[in-house]
Each structure stands twice: as structure tokens, then as C-alpha cells.
Design a protein around this ligand. Structure first.
Ligand code: SF4
Length: 351
């Protein structure tokens, strides 16, 4: 397993106060029972199996899990960027109450640039090396907003300033290769923000950066969400990142969500044995001399998802039922958990 370098309890990001989640009242994003499958030589493989969650206005939902859990695929599915042979085989995705999972590709492209901003691990995924950052920002604004060339250029300079690019009136003329990795990621954040989207999907946005720069970028993302009321789905394998800026956390395993709760609940008192294993693998300042927990084994291949609870071969608390029956994601102690250990205390959504 590879986990992040951030140390739980260390002073890192001085982000704005985390807003309480408002996902139930007026969700910006709702994902209902999402199923994604891949047609392969080995047959049809299910990569996402009934994923459901919502994100409220201004809320940051962290999506965590080991490599292969399905967290990046969930982000790609919401933004409809899955490439064949992958496809959405079931479920619904709603943006501000309207379904977007069945829109024609042209309409979806409009939504991606305007209402959903994307930030990837490698800034060069989003930047064109042949154009200046100003050209790219201004062009993106002109595609999605009714704005003059001159106003778009001026707004590009303001956006670069807002995301902390020094000397923005000069840097607006720079090509991506003339900027550091951290500066490029700031430009990508400006690109994602330039049409004032309701939702940002950030997939490992700090993984490729130095630790010091990581903290600055997280700080920036948290501030932007707070100031603009933008919601964010933050996909990461790094629990330190989650602890820094997420309001709620969804833990994924083998294509399913196994636990969703507030950041405090999941990082400090995880319920699901897999979440407990993930959190036990984060070093803390208090326990720096204690050995870190390790989850034995590895994530199953899509073609070999175990029967029953897919975590059962790695779970120290598994019992017979776990090898037969797949647990549902049910409410327990105010959060949602998919584990037979909580069957006696789980139920439907509290009213
Ligand atoms: Fe472990 Fe069983 Fe819970 Fe799965 S359902 S996490 S195997 S105790």
C-alpha cells in the first residue's frame, strides 16, 4: 500500500473553517446507484457497483481508498470522461437536480467546462504547451461565457492573481513550460474556476507536488471553495489531504462505498474495518514511535471480486456470513457503513 506523506496532527494547511455539509437540503451533485462496466476479453467486468453519494453547496467530499478502489473512475463517470470499453451501465448522476448522465456528448462538453471544473494530478493534462496561459484562460472563458476578448484577458490576469501566481500581468504571457509544477497547478485551478463552476472534481491534485507546495495548493482549493461556494469532489489516496480540507469522507473498496461520514468521524473513529486499516496507516505526531498498521493482502482484481463482502479475505473480523452475503450501505451511528458487524444497529436514513 502506498499512503501519503502528510502527518496527521501536523500543522499544515491553515484553511478556512470547514462549512458543515448541506448535502441533504440542496445537493449540487447526487449520484444514485451508479454502475460502471468494462467489456473485456474476460467478459463484462463491473468496476463501480451501486455507488451513491451527494455533495452539498460549498462542501468538500473526500473520496479515498487504495489504488483500484474505483475513486478516480467515480470522478470520471460523473464528468462522463470514461473511455470505451468502459461505460455507465446503470444509475443516475444529477447536477443541481437535473440528470446529466444521459445528455448528448456536445451538451456534456459544455457542462464540463462551465459547470464542472476538472483538476488532475498532472497539470499538463489540462494545459496546452503551445499556447500561453493567458490565451488558454481567455479562450476557455470565451467558449463558456459571453465576454469580450479584452475582458477575458483582464479576467485571466485577475484569476492568476487570485490563485497566487506572482506578477500575474507578466505571467499571463508565459507558456506552461516556463512555470514550476506548483505554478502550473495554480493555473489549472484558475482554468477550472474561470467559468465559475458549481462543482470541481479534483483527482489527486497535489500528488505530483513537493510537500510544501502541496499544503499551499490545498490551502488555495479550500479557500476557493469557501469564497465561491463551490463544491468539490476530492479524490486522493492521501488521508492527510482529506483530514486537511474535507467536510465528509467516502471510503471506497473494490468499486463500492464502504463508509461515508464526517471527516472527523471517519479519520478519528472509523467504523468499517477497511477504513480503520486505512486510518491506522497514517503516522501521527503522538504515536510516531508506534508501528503503523498494515492491511494484509491487496485490492482484488475486477475479475476476482470475492463473494459476500469483497473485503472478507483481508478482514481480521470476518465471520461466516461475510463470505456469503454482501453487506449494504446502511446508517449506523449517524454515518453510513457497509459491514455485517453493524447490522444490529443499522437502518434507513434517519429523519
Ligand atoms: Fe469484515 Fe465482514 Fe464487515 Fe466485511 S462485512 S468488513 S468481512 S466484518
Amino acid at each position: 500500500m502506498t499512503f501519503g506523506t502528510a502527518v496527521r496532527g501536523a500543522a499544515s494547511v491553515s484553511h478556512p473553517v470547514k462549512a458543515e455539509g448541506s448535502e441533504k437540503a440542496n445537493p449540487v451533485l447526487e449520484v444514485r446507484n451508479l454502475v460502471v462496466e468494462f467489456d473485456t476479453d474476460d467478459g463484462r467486468l463491473r468496476a463501480l457497483d451501486g455507488v451513491s453519494f451527494s455533495i452539498g453547496r460549498g462542501e468538500v467530499l473526500g473520496v479515498v481508498g487504495e489504488s483500484g478502489a474505483g475513486k478516480s473512475l467515480t470522478g470520471m463517470s460523473v464528468s462522463r470522461m470514461i473511455q470505451p470499453p468502459g461505460h455507465i451501465a446503470g444509475g443516475e448522476v444529477l447536477l443541481a437536480g437535473k440528470r446529466i448522465d444521459q445528455l448528448p456528448p456536445r451538451e456534456m462538453r459544455q457542462i464540463r467546462g462551465k459547470r464542472i471544473g476538472m483538476i488532475f494530478q498532472d497539470p499538463m493534462t489540462s494545459l496546452n504547451p503551445l499556447f500561453t496561459v493567458g490565451d488558454q484562460l481567455a479562450e476557455t472563458m470565451r467558449v463558456h461565457l459571453s465576454i469580450s476578448r479584452r475582458a477575458a484577458w483582464q479576467r485571466a490576469i485577475e484569476l492568476l492573481d487570485e490563485v497566487g501566481v506572482p506578477s500575474p500581468a507578466d505571467r499571463v504571457n508565459a507558456y506552461p513550460h516556463e512555470l514550476s509544477g506548483g505554478m502550473r497547478q495554480r493555473v489549472v485551478i484558475a482554468l477550472a474556476m474561470c467559468a465559475e463552476p458549481e462543482l470541481i472534481i479534483a483527482d489527486e491534485p497535489t500528488t505530483a507536488l513537493d510537500v510544501a507546495v502541496q499544503a499551499q495548493i490545498l490551502d488555495l482549493l479550500a479557500r476557493i471553495c469557501d469564497e465561491h461556494g463551490t463544491s468539490m469532489m476530492l479524490v486522493t489516496h492521501d488521508m492527510g489531504v482529506i483530514a486537511d480540507i474535507a467536510n465528509r469522507v467516502a471510503v471506497m473498496y473494490a468499486g463500492r462505498i464502504v463508509e461515508i461520514g464526517t471527516c472527523d468521524e471517519v479519520t478519528n473513529a472509523a467504523s468499517h474495518p477497511y477504513s480503520q486499516g486505512l486510518m491506522g496507516a497514517i503516522p501521527t505526531l503522538e504515536d510516531r514511535n508506534e508501528p503503523l498498521l498494515q492491511i494484509p493482502g491487496s485490492m482484488p482484481r475486477l475479475s476476482a471480486i470475492p463473494r459476500g463482502c469483497s473485503f472478507n479475505p483481508r478482514c481480521g473480523q470476518a465471520f461466516q456470513r461475510c463470505t456469503i452475503e454482501r453487506p449494504s450501505l446502511l446508517y449506523a451511528d449517524g454515518r453510513q457503513v457497509a459491514c455485517h458487524l453493524y447490522d444490529s444497529v443499522t437502518g434507513d436514513e434517519p429523519t
